[in-house]
Design a protein around this ligand. Sequence first.
Ligand code: FES
Length: 145
Amino acid sequence: MSTYFVMFYLFLIVFIVNVIQIESSAHVSVNPSQKAKMVKSYTVTILNHDLKVSCQRGYSLLNNFLINNAPIHTTCGGHANCGCCRIRILEGEKGLTQPNEREVKRLGKDLISQGWRLSCQTHSLRDITVHMPTSNELDPECSKK
Ligand code: FES
């Protein structure tokens, strides 16, 4: 009987502590400049298509382009195999993730040094400006979906 009594009081204490934590976290105020930093979106300007795409951090550029119906090509579905999703970064390359092994293997160091990236392997934290190749600039295989 006393064991149940102790367990009940322990449960009650844990419950009260959790309620206090929830209440105190609900009243945290965020000033406007902090809110601006918390916004997890950025804009990709696709210069040659005269398009601006609002993108979410945490998704690859390819996924953001697909979500926004941008005219990106892919035949491998984002696995760094086809090379059809390549874009050339014109501005903002410092906000991008570093090329990974698969990207370097598919594109090669020369193209990467010229600003080309696989959008399926690249994430951005900031606004960028890119050139997105049209189907005429890509391999014929890239037009097959
Ligand atoms: S989607 Fe195929 S390489 Fe990026």
